[in-house]
Design a protein around this ligand. Structure first.
Ligand SMILES: C[S@@+](CC[C@H](N)C(=O)[O-])C[C@H]1O[C@@H](n2cnc3c(N)ncnc32)[C@H](O)[C@@H]1O
Length: 185
């Protein structure tokens, strides 16, 4: 069946990032910790890990397009990415997923791209997936690269804000949603 990357969740991890994304980012990476063992990809990284990428020590400016690995399988990769704090990660833009919402609170900048056709091991392109793609920046180098990519037309930028509700404030009596409630909480 000819499908896109995110739609084959659990079926294959072997979908690679197309070159135009790296061209727009305009940077090189020190490490790709989730890379195929015997394939050439477009990832401009000096070092790659093709096994135990989650267990090993990461270094420098990281590119991460993690194995999707079924429901929430992406979460430990993103946790490690934000703990490391220097790089760019690629995920689907699944804004309702728990891992997405946790990442939102930790990212320095996010770039939302239109749907990306990922590259198969034989070099051919998959179909357009059902979701768009998000690029996550951790640290200043990632922020600069995402800004550059947005300038190149790769996507739109969003700066995450941690708009957490104030804890256990009693609901106002009477009309709860008038303008003064919004201006003077
Ligand atoms: C979605 S692909 C991304 C490949 C490449 N990083 C890119 O951006 O084009 C994820 C890759 O991670 C590899 N992988 C799976 N489990 C891994 C692990 N535990 N450690 C390192 N790499 C792993 C898979 O073989 C696959 O090639």
């Amino acid at each position: 069946m000819n499908m896109g990357y995110w739609d084959t969740m659990g079926a294959s991890e072997e979908w690679y990032t197309p070159r135009y994304i790296f061209d727009a980012l305009g940077c090189r990476f020190d490490l790709d910790p989730a890379h195929p063992e015997e394939r050439v990809t477009h990832v401009p990284a000096v070092t790659v890990f093709y096994e135990r990428g989650l267990e090993r020590l990461w270094h420098g400016f990281v590119w991460l397009n993690p194995p999707f690995g079924g429901r929430n399988g992406i979460a430990p990769w993103l946790n490690k990415f934000f703990e490391h704090g220097d790089g760019i990660a690629l995920t689907p833009d699944l804004t309702s997923a728990p891992w997405f919402r946790q990442a939102w609170l930790r990212a320095d900048l996010v770039l939302f791209m239109p749907k990306v056709k990922f590259v198969r091991p034989d070099g051919s392109l998959g179909k357009s997936p059902s979701n768009g793609t998000a690029l996550w920046a951790a640290g200043q180098r990632g922020v600069s690269a995402l800004r550059r990519a947005a300038g190149e037309g790769l996507g739109i930028l969003a700066t995450p804000t941690s708009a957490r509700p104030k804890a256990s404030r009693p609901a106002p009596k009477g009309i709860a949603h008038n303008l003064s409630d919004c201006l003077n909480p």
